[in-house]
Design a protein. Sequence first.
Length: 417
Amino acid sequence: MIMERVNGKNILGLNGAGRIGKLTLWNHILNKHFGGIVVNVGRGVGKNLDALLHNIQNDSTYGSLNNFLYGHSGKKCEIKMIDSAQNLVEIDGIPVKFLQTARNPRDINWAAENVRLVVDCTGAFLDPTVPADNAKGSLRGHLEAGAEKVIASAPFKIKDSTQKMPADANMMVYGINHLEFDARKHHILSAASCTTTGLSHMMKPLLDTPETSTILTASMSTIHASTSTQSILDSVPSAGTGDLRKSRSVFNNIIITSTGAAKALEKIIPQVQEIGFMADSVRIPTNTASLIILNVTFHSPVNEIGEPVVTREFLNQIYKTAANGSLAGLLEFSELQNVSADMIGRRAAVVIEGVETHTRTGFMTLNPSVLKGFGVEIPQDIMIPVCHAKIFGWYDNEFGSYVNMLGKLTEYVDMKM
């Protein structure tokens, strides 16, 4: 049984049913933007389709699909079997078909399923330079299989350093640079990462404000929930593994590791390339909801009586304005004393923890002898005000921030195709 457009709504393809894949399915069942969804699982699950549906309906972090959709209202999410031979069901009124044969994207017959747009949630295919006929699979394989556009739910990783980003590929975060999407040009997209999504929404209001746009340096640490790439118990690292700490037990440790968020941010917001930006990640034993600690140093202007302009109140007002204006519905500002559990399912790219915003302004002295070496002569010392700020931003690294923003990007691309 072939999936057909319903009321003019297109069919969405999902490749992968892991953490992001399952929650992406939930998100689109909730939003009902698409007329149907085809999910390629790529393998057998349990003994029959019931085992797969059991996994789809339940989640240890977010609870049941029924409660996700309707809370405790008493309304039920109905799942109807349409065609068991075709693995076709109806979930809350949305036809959903499961494919369980192909692993290589080029072997998934998207054309036969009337799928034009695919979201690849496997994390296995992230290099946009790899050709469609690669034996191990590639993002371009989805295009060969009949899709017109594919969105990867992770940052691009070009393995060959001599290769450049292809002209038909781009990395986008909804609310930051998604308007750059050109349906005539872009066929392969990346929705970046959960941390890049949150960080970009923290940086954009600062760069858009004249008083905070001159950033001298910045650094970020994400206090990050555990992910499925970590070991439940200590394990022997795979051959070639460089980061030995990820093989240590996620249950029992705080683990320092790296993040590509700053590098990806340069693709999303090109202005960041001019800033010396450092980033790291600290993994902690929680299931979701993470925290960005952003440290930024500005050239800080002063007012007519020599007081610094960039203060705690000034920064908080920047975020309040963004939350009610250009980033409404994407960035939230909070003056509550939150903990990570409060952010689970919170549908915002980032939630600024306003009670923890801090600033400190000092003065850097430049004397004539220093500047003379640069060909500048001055009669006396110059005092330059410099402000250091610390800003905290929460984000639900699974559903609330990342999958929610990925879903908005997916729907935007669909409307522009």
